[in-house]
Design a protein around this ligand. Structure first.
Ligand SMILES: [Zn+2]
Length: 553
């Protein structure tokens, strides 16, 4: 599941209680058919969550092992390939912003500094080569200028609106206008600057290179303010791309409608993408519950439906990648579908279904409000399951992409736990017989719709999304894959501020009050500074028009 806005803190108390009861597999007698499913779930989750797959990070060799394994499973079951060409895999490219290219280097008096450790260019730095004998004490035209940020950090230490990186950018613009050929920034003070190369930030590029020399390196290589240093700098910044792979298989019953059943199989790798909640040394995030559990559920449902007598609908099974980074795989699929989306009856998403609590038997089903029919179809209590319904079609997982295409969705989820997005989300903690009951529940939903007409779609209100860090929200669903400047609203949540103000899906929000922002990170920073009752303006780009709306949080 996607770690949006770190909104899980609120649920902490609940899972401490639940933990006491996890894992005590209930002593119900199992039928032979059930035993076979449980054995399969064990072997599938066991494989996907093994260290060999190194956390199935999108674009990694672990992801490859996973999608090859899943393609093999789909083939064995007899599913029709519905990926690219005649294969099960559908490749999508993820724009990851920019990266520092290896040719980048900095020599000071012939000592080579290590890029990343000793120095780095800022995302707004120009590319290019500078060779000069320069002194921190001098501000000569056509030479690199130096700036120690110690004082500006000190002056702004109590200013919550201060952003050191934009201060550096402004200073570099000023230096450039006065004739500097490059800017070398360093910090000799005690206040932590927190600076690093952030390739996901979207910034205009300046006309001159701007680099930061870290504290240790500055101590070592720039220790005398009055001396002249022979500088040899080359900055090269390029695009960063990564390929993700969805796995797609189909059961063609010759029906007019298709039910989509999906689960993401990617996870956090070693936590390289900064979406882990683990604070220890880098470690493999096995993601047994998140979401080997849902992936295995999809395989087992495919097997069950292939053999079943339910023939009035076609079934499309999708294992998504790129989910943990922002629903990339499901979004790509809904933009490049391999079945006609208008024939899709509804979509079922299983994300984290491996931790059914044997005491409470409690699961959450999201998307309850996305069709008026769900109320008649879904049971709130069975012998093994107690359901809490969540109306919203928007949530932290792949069903959101389908809901935004006006398709009814259901999102199955056994709940947040202590191991969520940590290396301890392991196969030993999976409740297999509990997952079997969820499989049966899903199968029963499909069974009931077999003789029904295509379900009607309805829009839903208020998702449980924006979380603890924020006291206010605009009520937009950001497009995490948008690569332009600003925040593109993928969806507008009914009844919230953005909708009331007149902001529409597709608008690109570029300013809140006087605060502009370039990407989702700076947007969240700006948003976190507002509180309820604050009046401000929202500036958006709609096509080529710039529009401004008045809002009160
Ligand atoms: Zn997750």
């Amino acid at each position: 599941m996607l770690n949006l806005h770190h909104n899980i803190i609120v649920m902490k108390n609940a899972f401490l209680f639940l933990l006491l009861f996890a894992n005590s597999v209930s002593a119900q007698k199992l039928k032979k058919a059930d035993k076979i499913i449980i054995d399969s779930l064990q072997s599938e989750i066991g494989f996907l969550a093994s260290d060999r797959l190194e956390g199935r990070r999108t674009g990694s060799s672990g992801e490859k092992l996973a999608y090859e394994y899943l393609s093999g499973k789909f083939k064995n079951i007899g599913l029709i390939p519905k990926g690219d060409g005649n294969t099960y895999t559908q490749i999508f490219e993820m724009d990851e912003g920019k990266q520092i290219l290896p040719v980048t280097h900095l020599l000071i008096n012939d000592s080579a500094l290590t890029v990343g450790k000793d120095f780095f260019p800022f995302i707004f730095s120009a590319q290019g080569v500078i060779k000069a004998d320069a002194s921190p004490a001098l501000l000569e035209k056509k030479m690199p200028w130096f700036w120690d940020i110690k004082d500006v950090l000190e002056q702004n230490k109590n200013n919550p609106h201060f952003d050191i990186e934009s201060a550096i950018k402004n200073k570099a613009l000023d230096f450039y206008s006065k004739g500097a050929s490059a800017v070398i920034v360093f910090n000799t003070g005690d206040i932590d600057d927190g600076l690093s190369f952030n390739g996901k930030k979207k910034e205009d590029t300046l006309k001159i290179p701007v680099v930061f020399i870290t504290k240790e390196a500055a101590k070592k290589y720039l220790n005398d303010n009055s001396s002249t240093y022979e500088m040899n700098l080359d900055v090269a910044i390029g695009n960063k791309k990564r390929d993700g792979h969805n796995v797609i298989g189909y059961i063609d019953n010759g029906a007019t409608q298709t039910i989509v059943i999906g689960a993401h199989f990617d996870h956090l790798g070693y936590g390289e993408d900064h979406n882990s909640l683990w604070t220890g040394a880098p470690a493999i995030h096995n993601g047994a519950d998140d979401n080997a559990s849902g992936t295995a559920a999809i395989i087992e449902l495919a097997r069950m439906l292939k053999k079943s007598k339910l023939k009035n609908k076609n079934y499309l099974f999708i294992c998504f990648s790129g989910e943990e980074l922002g629903l990339y795989g499901s979004k790509y699929f809904t933009e490049h579908p391999s079945v006609d989306l208008s024939s899709v009856d509804y979509m079922i998403n299983a994300d984290m279904v491996g931790r059914l609590n044997n005491n409470t038997h409690s699961i959450t089903i999201g998307g309850y409000g996305t069709s008026p029919s769900w109320g008649n179809i879904l049971e709130s209590k069975t012998k093994y399951i107690n359901v809490t319904f969540d109306s919203s079609g928007i949530g932290p997982s792949d069903h959101t992409s389908f809901y935004l295409k006006n398709i009814p969705v259901l999102f199955f989820f056994t709940g947040i736990h202590e191991d969520y997005h940590k290396p301890t989300d392991d196969v030993e903690k999976i409740n297999f017989s509990g997952e079997l009951q969820i499989l049966k529940y899903i199968y029963h939903v499909i069974e009931q719709t077999n003789n029904m007409q295509k379900l009607a779609f309805s829009k839903t209100k208020e998702p449980k999304m924006e979380g603890a860090r924020f006291t206010v929200s605009l009520g937009i669903m950001p497009d995490y894959a948008f690569s332009g400047k600003g925040i593109r609203a993928d969806g507008i949540i009914a009844g919230k501020i953005a909708e009331k103000a007149g902001i529409k899906a597709g608008d690109v929000i570029i300013k809140l009050g006087d605060n502009s922002f370039s990407d989702i990170y700076s947007y969240m920073d700006v948003l976190s500074k507002y509180k309820k009752g604050d009046a401000t303006t929202v500036t958006v780009l709609r096509g080529k028009d710039e529009l401004t709306f008045n809002i009160v949080f």
